[in-house]
Design a protein around this ligand. Structure first.
Ligand SMILES: Nc1ncnc2c1ncn2[C@@H]1O[C@H](COP(=O)(O)OP(=O)(O)OP(=O)(O)O)[C@@H](O)[C@H]1O
Ligand SMILES: Nc1nc2c(ncn2[C@@H]2O[C@H](COP(=O)(O)O)[C@@H](O)[C@H]2O)c(=O)[nH]1
Length: 199
């Protein structure tokens, strides 16, 4: 697949449209990746948002097939063994993965595909798709990050503690990625992502 993406600026023929791009949005839980994505997709509906697979239980209001594909740990492990994921990771006690075929299909069709994933998965994508553009979203402060996770009101105390613990390590990795954007004012951060994508 690396080979395929490396020819993304190659010649266009009627039979073979130019390949699409792969964009990775990463950063600690609660920093606002999902909120930024929704805003970006409203402005740019031509982008393809990859719906991930997870073993986490749905939060109130989350819809299977829209927010995530919710499956059991056994099923997830089967899919891993079958090579069905472009990347996958265990995060705060649950598995998360990007369906391989759905993403590759969109890239072959010339679409820009956006993945919203945690650090380990983002590292895997950087290793296997060096041409992918990777964006790390930072919080204005650690205190604000905690406040956002709490205000979201979706996670137990235990889950919040796990996520904050992961966040400390994740933030240290920000410089590994192509671009770092602080999500302080939402509009400013969306503009910065759009500028990175569309110039
Ligand atoms: N710029 C911002 N200013 C203030 N609040 C924000 C901002 N961006 C997002 N939020 C709020 O922070 C909370 C967490 O946002 P969101 O769920 O999008 O984070 P996330 O990074 O996608 O989290 P996760 O990785 O756990 O899915 C939400 O309540 C959201 O409304
Ligand atoms: N490696 C992957 N990480 C993913 C994927 N889909 C989502 N995520 C990230 O997991 C955490 C927790 O998400 P939550 O919905 O439980 O709050 C967050 O950082 C997501 O970005 C994926 O396919 N692969």
């Amino acid at each position: 697949m690396m080979q395929v993406l490396s020819i993304q600026n190659g010649a266009t023929t009627k039979e073979c449209p130019p390949l699409g791009r792969l964009i990775v949005l990463t950063g600690p839980s609660g920093v606002g990746k999902g909120t930024l994505m929704r805003s970006l997709l409203q402005r740019h509906p031509e982008l393809y948002y990859s719906v991930s697979v997870t073993t986490r239980s749905p939060r109130p209001g989350e819809i299977d097939g829209k927010n995530y594909y919710f499956i059991s740990r056994n099923k997830f492990e089967q899919l891993v063994a079958q090579g069905e994921f472009l990347e996958w990771a265990e995060f705060a006690g649950n598995y998360y993965g990007t369906p391989r075929e759905a993403v590759l299909k969109q890239i072959r069709a010339g679409k820009t595909v956006v993945l919203e994933i945690e650090l380990e998965g983002a590292r895997q994508i950087r290793a296997s798709f060096p041409s992918a553009l990777s964006i790390f979203i930072l919080p204005p402060s650690f205190e604000e990050l905690e406040q956002r996770i709490r205000n979201r009101g979706q996670d137990s105390e235990e889950a919040i503690a796990r996520r904050l613990q992961c966040a400390q390590e994740e933030i240290k990795a920000a410089e590994e990625f192509d671009i770092q954007i602080v999500n302080d004012d939402l509009e400013t951060a969306v503009n910065a992502i759009a500028a990175a994508l569309f110039g």
